[in-house]
Structure formats: structure tokens, C-alpha cells
Design a protein around this ligand. Structure first.
Ligand code: CP
Length: 348
């Protein structure tokens, strides 16, 4: 791999990067983590600026990017929708509150060194894929790297923190069993992005993957085709299950979390159908990861969740706070993984 192969590139989904490039991000993240641990300065992005545009709430993503830029010697601007004109794709321009994505991207490109964006859900009227289209629009027009802080399709920074955590826990990932399972939440509008990104990166790094969900919660077929292509390329398997307990047998990692059903939102429907999707959710309240579920996995298996978690709905507190839980390691690794992504893409 060419040393500077990531420099200047957008980070929209891990699927845009080779296995060697993903491994490089992991290696750099581990190096930066060690330097952070011994408080060795590593001002690799001195005097540089990252613009962070958030169309939704965040604890981990905002704070890990902001702290990460400080540690790298630069600064991260936090921009919430109420503080800027809403970037709109050209055919959506309306009123004085919006500004073309093409214009926003070119203006910010003249002032800083990276643009990071979170966009899904309410910001794009719950149209599946429309958040990713905003990210793609920024990437098209920006001269500086665009980083995906979570769209309706991908959460690649979470995916990198997840694979970094698995590497730390398991060492060699080849042939290890990764289970991504749907779990019940009282809140029925969580995006599919975390599940998509975790499956893309684990299959690319040679893990056997299993996806478990009740009928109606299948993932995007375009993403699953890429997951299958990774498995074929590296001689691994992709399994689909409709029972969480069956799926976790022999697992090395159990990632049980909620995602919504895209079948109740545009473009599959004319308008969002929140009541119908909630009804389907309530039929599947029993999809919760508890200690009995974890006993079916390997004895040293990790429980993973991107957080925020709905305790005692998606997962019991006993599992979340138990010895197999990796959730706080994952949260910390957001910092180290993103610092590596920023240093490699924005660094000079
Ligand atoms: N996991 C994650 O993206 O958390 P936030 O929504 O708090 O940023």
C-alpha cells in the first residue's frame, strides 16, 4: 500500500477502502492510543480546523472528534442546525433558511481542512438514503476531506472503533464469529447505519458474520451484497438467522442493538408510517440480550453496543455492566480511531 494512499480522501464508508488501508487505520489508531496513554504530544494536525455539522444529537461522536482535534493540535468547530443555514441539495432549496450543499462545501473548503457531517432521520424527512445523499453532495463539491459522522446508511467511524476493539479483544480476527443481532427498543427510528458498517468492516477483515433479526428488519440488500462479496473474497461465511439465541451459539462477538424497519419509510412508502413500525416493534419485545443469551456464545465472547443503549430493552444491565461487556472500550476507541482517520486523511 502506498504510504499516503489515504491523504486527501473522503471517509464516507469503509467499503471505499482496501483491507490494507483499514489495517493501516487500525495500526495508526493503536499508535496514537499508546501516545495518548503516556501523554506524549502528537500534534499531527497543528493549527488545522475540522468543521462538524450535526443534524442530530450526539454525545460520543461530537466529544471524540472535538477532543481528538484538540489532541492533534487543531480545532473542531461544532455547528448545529440552528446555527447555520441548512445545506440543501439543489432541488430542495427553499426560503432563506437553506443554502446549497455545493456552496457550503466550497466555502468551508476555503477556510479549513476537513468537514464532518451527521445527517439522517428528521433532517431529511425520514427518507432512507437521503442523509447519505447529503454526505455524497458534500464530498462531490468539497476540496478537503469529508468525514461521515453517521448517515442513514453508514456509520464508518463507529465501524472503525468497533473493529479496533475487536482486534484488541481477539487478536487475530480471521475466522472469528461476529453476530449482529436486532434487539428491541421502545424508540423505533434508529438508523441501520451501525449494523451496516459493522458488517462491512468485519467481513472485510475476514470474520464469519451472522445477522439475526425478526421478519421485516432485513438490512439494505445493496450493503448485504458487499458483505457477501467480502466473505466470498476471503473464504468466509454470511448467515441470516431469525432467532437471537440460535445466532449467538459459538459467537466471539455479540453486537445486539436496535435498528428500524426501512419498509415503513420512504422511498419504500409515500410517507413515514410510525404507527405501523411501532406495532412491528412491540411484537418483538422479547429480542433482548441477557445473561442466558451470552452463555450460548463462547465463554470469552464480548458484548458490543455503539451506545446510547436502551438498558433492559435492548440488553440487560447485567450484560452491559458485566465482565463480557466491551461497550466502554468501544466508546473510548471512537477517539483513537477517528484521530487516525483525521491524521491520515487531513494530514500533510
Ligand atoms: N455511537 C454514537 O454515534 O453515539 P452518539 O450518537 O452519542 O454520537
Amino acid at each position: 500500500m502506498k504510504t499516503d494512499s489515504l491523504r486527501g480522501r473522503d471517509f464516507l464508508t469503509t467499503a471505499d477502502f482496501s483491507r490494507e488501508e483499514i489495517q493501516t487505520i487500525i495500526d495508526v489508531a493503536l499508535d496514537l492510543k499508546m501516545r495518548f496513554a503516556v501523554r506524549e504530544p502528537h500534534r499531527l494536525l497543528q493549527d488545522m480546523t475540522l468543521f462538524m455539522i450535526f443534524y442530530g444529537m450526539s454525545l460520543r461522536t461530537r466529544n471524540s472528534f472535538e477532543a481528538g482535534m484538540t489532541q492533534l493540535g487543531g480545532h473542531a468547530h461544532y455547528l448545529s442546525p440552528g446555527e447555520i443555514y441548512t445545506p440543501a441539495l439543489d432541488d430542495e432549496l427553499r426560503e432563506y433558511r437553506t443554502e446549497s450543499v455545493a456552496d457550503v462545501a466550497r466555502v468551508l473548503s476555503r477556510m479549513g481542512h476537513g468537514i464532518a457531517i451527521r445527517c439522517f432521520g428528521q433532517a431529511v424527512n425520514w427518507v432512507y438514503g437521503a442523509g447519505q445523499a447529503v454526505l455524497d453532495g458534500f464530498a462531490k463539491w468539497s476540496d478537503i476531506p469529508v468525514i461521515n459522522m453517521e448517515s442513514d446508511m453508514y456509520h464508518p467511524c463507529q465501524g472503525m472503533a468497533d473493529i479496533l476493539t475487536m482486534k484488541e479483544k481477539l487478536g487475530q480476527l480471521d475466522g472469528k464469529k461476529f453476530v449482529m443481532s436486532w434487539a428491541y427498543s421502545p424508540r423505533s427510528q434508529k438508523p441501520l447505519s451501525v449494523a451496516h458498517s459493522a458488517l462491512l468492516v468485519t467481513s472485510q477483515m475476514g470474520m464469519d458474520v451472522t445477522v439475526a433479526y425478526p421478519e421485516g428488519f432485513d438490512l439494505d440488500p445493496m450493503v448485504m451484497e458487499k458483505v457477501q462479496a467480502n466473505a466470498d473474497r476471503y473464504g468466509r461465511s454470511v448467515e441470516i438467522a431469525h432467532d437471537m439465541k440460535e445466532a449467538v451459539r459459538g459467537a466471539d462477538v455479540v453486537y445486539a442493538k436496535n435498528w428500524t424497519s426501512r419498509h415503513f419509510f420512504p422511498p419504500e412508502t409515500d410517507a413515514p408510517q410510525p404507527e405501523e413500525v411501532q406495532k412491528l416493534f412491540e411484537e418483538n419485545r422479547h429480542w433482548m440480550c441477557d445473561e442466558d443469551t451470552m452463555k450460548l456464545a463462547n465463554s470469552n465472547a464480548s458484548y458490543m453496543h455503539c451506545l446510547p443503549a436502551d438498558r433492559n430493552f435492548e440488553v440487560t444491565s447485567a450484560v452491559m455492566d458485566g465482565p463480557q461487556s466491551a461497550v466502554f472500550d468501544q466508546a473510548e476507541n471512537r477517539l483513537h480511531a477517528q484521530k487516525a482517520i483525521m491524521a491520515l486523511t487531513m494530514g500533510g
